[in-house]
Write a protein that binds this ligand. Structure first.
Ligand SMILES: C[S@@+](CC[C@H](N)C(=O)[O-])C[C@H]1O[C@@H](n2cnc3c(N)ncnc32)[C@H](O)[C@@H]1O
Length: 221
């Protein structure tokens, strides 16, 4: 049985999030953990290896949930799991909270080719899913819980900080790196977005680089 799903293959963002949770979640108490937009399920497999006891995953794609089910069935057959098809927080029981919540959601602020992104991944203006993710964290993070999300700065880091602060959430940037954007992807971003959020862009002819980060978010006490 192969557990590799090409459609949900890990990206550099997945790998970076993996690096962060391997460093930050080693000694963390993890009764329930969640990956919103679970994809291949590989990040839940990593959290299970780090000691998580109940794995929760949500994805809008049925094929993603099947891939996660297959992967976790092979790598972590004895760890409890609930993998749900649906939109963001929608399929989760209303009162369930989590010790660790992950999100590596589509949020590039432009419509890009289906080679880069399957049609079901709607990032909207880039903020659509990120704002919905952050908006539910005060309710969904357990006491001392923590969330890690991937963040492309072309969606506006100051806007993200304002939203986090308005919700009373603590945050820090745990890892930052530079990402290459192809001419096709950068050409798809509107001039307005570049003007508003493009301060971190560096251009060398047609070679364009931007900033990305992993944010750690927790409930301020
Ligand atoms: C970039 S992939 C990340 C997958 C995996 N977490 C990883 O890091 O490799 C984003 C995932 O979000 C899912 N997704 C997109 N829109 C969603 C939504 N509205 N609700 C839940 N999942 C969504 C996609 O189907 C996809 O599996």
């Amino acid at each position: 049985m192969t557990t590799y799903a090409h459609q949900f293959r890990p990206s550099q963002y997945t790998a970076t999030l993996l690096q962060v949770i391997e460093q930050q979640c080693l000694d963390r108490r993890m009764t329930s953990v969640l990956d919103i937009g679970v994809g291949s399920g590989v990040l839940l497999a990593a959290l299970a290896k780090l000691g998580a006891q109940q794995l929760w995953g949500v994805d809008i794609s049925e094929a993603a949930v099947e891939s996660s089910e297959r992967l976790l069935g092979v790598t972590q057959p004895n760890v409890a799991r609930r993998l749900l098809i649906g939109d963001m927080w929608g399929p989760l029981p209303a009162e369930q909270d989590f010790d660790v919540i992950l999100a590596n959601l589509p949020h590039f602020p432009a419509r890009v080719s289906e080679i880069d992104r399957p049609p079901g991944w709607t990032g909207g203006d880039g903020r659509l899913l990120i704002d919905r993710f952050i908006g539910a964290l005060p309710k969904r993070l357990a006491q001392s819980g923590v969330a890690y999300l991937t963040h492309h700065d072309l969606i506006g880091y100051p806007q993200t900080v304002r939203l986090l602060e308005s919700l009373g959430l603590e945050h820090r940037s745990v890892l930052e790196w530079t990402v290459f954007e192809s001419p096709e992807r950068i050409a798809a971003v509107s001039p307005e977005v570049v003007k508003e959020n493009g301060q971190g862009l560096r251009r060398y002819g047609d070679y364009v680089f931007s900033n990305s980060r992993i944010l750690e978010v927790s409930v301020g006490r």
